[in-house]
Ligand binder design. Structure first.
Ligand code: PLP
Length: 470
């Protein structure tokens, strides 16, 4: 795949911007590779911003970006992807996930981390919880396949609104819950509505399941209900994946009126809302009271709720939950047990020990204070030293800032120059499943050691910008 991507990259020089590349079939024959290799190579070039692929139409050399328009053209994202081919090839591509999982080279400031820096993790409490878990009677026996009863009840109480332990399944973190939910609710080849931009790991899950992600644009208040309604109508989708709280990557928080609208529109379309509540415990100290999960007020079983302990503890405490009401629960249960049997019992016991320990509320408070302080440091440093980068929304939860690049600054060039200067940031491109409206980068302030490293990372980003901007 890498070889073909390299060849195609070199050949791109021969095309003018917007020029059409040969068809996949021609590339298969010309380079004597499989169709999967061709689609992966094209996806790689698309991720680098070098080509754009239009389902049903082919692949084209990317245009140089035009001057910003003054109107609101975000509806086009939806229109441009509504005509996608019926046949959806399964595409298994881990690159979007590996950005936050792979360790950066030594000495590099890690602004692309997806989890808490070890200094923010409750390491002592985790060690103690694991030791106590190992001594619990039956710790190495088989757990009930749905998960330990006490843990299911704890998650149900956390969700609130009368959700019961019987409506909760324990999963191996949020990623596995998203996989189970999408496989349970959709048939291969069908569309799934996603927020745009959104978490690339979920897009990867959808594509690996042979689904067709259809982007619904967001603004600083989250998903736009008018465009959501249009998207359901245009696609006949039966599922929307949404992050109503501290959306990744925008940090948006869905206001009450939109929360009601989203559930109402999905219900009217006969569709489920997969609520990825990944960042609830990453709330910043200065946020107001949090709205409850959509699942807490869902008598009709529209919402399939996903949450996880990893973000607030460690990527390795792979314990999360799925909550649902109605016949769909049986489907989720069946997929989960077929795929993975159950979550290892010692890990479930350790999770219970941890959340039941006196240090748990202390840990939540510490992280809340720390994230707020780090957000402020990074926000101020960006405003002062990187004024070219726009920050449309300062989040009150989550672990990162989502920054928009000026048109003259190509995302891929900035990230390469940044790495040369010793700082890694997450590219914006993988967060979009159609052509992005602009270049972006995502800077995580949770995966670094503290304010000193944040300042150093911003200084290095400045070096990269100076190299690229006249
Ligand atoms: C929005 C979102 N959902 C889910 C996940 C999955 O996290 P985990 O599987 O560690 O719970 C992530 C991880 O980055 C995420 O950003």
């Amino acid at each position: 795949m890498a070889e073909l991507a390299k060849t195609l990259r070199a050949e791109l020089d021969r095309y003018s911007p917007g020029g059409k590349l040969p068809s996949s079939r021609t590339l298969v024959e010309r380079h004597r590779v499989s169709p999967v290799t061709v689609s992966r190579a094209l996806a790689q070039l698309a991720a680098e911003g070098l080509v754009v692929t239009r389902p049903g139409a082919g692949a084209f050399k990317a245009e140089t970006r035009a001057a910003p328009a003054s109107g609101d053209a975000s509806w086009q994202e939806l229109a441009l992807s509504a005509d996608a081919a019926e046949l959806v090839p399964r595409a298994v591509d881990a690159s979007g996930v590996l950005v936050t999982l792979a360790a950066p080279p030594p000495g590099v400031v890690e602004f692309n981390g997806g989890y808490l820096h070890p200094s923010l993790q409750p390491e002592r409490a985790l060690a103690a919880a694991l030791a106590r878990a190992g001594r619990r009677p039956g710790a190495w026996g088989r757990p009930p396949t749905d998960g330990l009863t006490d843990l299911r009840e704890w998650f149900a109480r956390e969700i609130g609104g009368g959700v019961t332990g019987a409506e909760v399944l324990i999963t191996a973190g949020g990623q596995s819950a998203l996989t189970t939910a999408l496989r349970a609710l959709t048939a291969p080849g069908t569309p799934v509505l996603v927020e745009s931009p959104t978490y690339p790991g979920m897009l990867a899950v959808a594509r690996a399941a042979g689904l067709r992600p259809v982007p619904v644009p967001t603004d600083t208040d989250g998903i736009r209900p008018d465009l959501l309604e249009a998207a359901f109508r245009a696609t006949g989708a039966r599922v929307l994946v949404s992050q109503p709280l501290f959306q990744n990557p925008t940090g948006a928080l869905l206001p009450p009126s939109r929360r009601r609208e989203v559930v109402r529109i999905a219900r009217a379309a006969g569709a489920f809302v997969v609520e990825d509540d990944f960042a609830r415990r990453l709330v910043h100290e200065d946020a107001g009271p949090l709205p409850p999960p959509l699942a807490a007020d869902d008598p009709d079983g529209v919402v399939v709720h996903v949450c996880s302990l990893t973000k607030i503890t460690s990527a390795s405490l792979r314990v999360g939950a799925l909550a649902a009401r109605g016949p769909v629960l049986e489907r989720l249960r069946a997929i989960q047990v077929v795929d993975s049997f159950f979550v290892p019992r010692p890990l479930q016991e350790a999770a219970l020990e941890l959340v039941g320990s006196p240090s748990w509320p202390r840990h939540l408070r510490t992280v809340s204070q720390e994230l707020k302080a780090r957000r402020d440091v990074l926000t101020a440093a960006v405003a002062l030293r990187l004024p070219e980068l726009a920050l449309p929304h300062v989040p009150s939860g989550g672990y990162h800032l989502w920054l928009r690049l000026p048109d003259a600054l190509p995302e891929a060039a900035l990230l390469t120059a940044a790495l040369r200067a010793g700082v890694a940031a997450a590219p914006g491109r993988p967060y979009f499943c159609a052509e992005p409206p602009a270049g972006h980068i995502r800077l995580s302030f949770a995966g670094v050691a503290g304010p000193t490293e944040i300042h150093e990372g911003v200084r290095r980003l400045r070096t990269a910008l100076d190299e690229l901007l006249p």
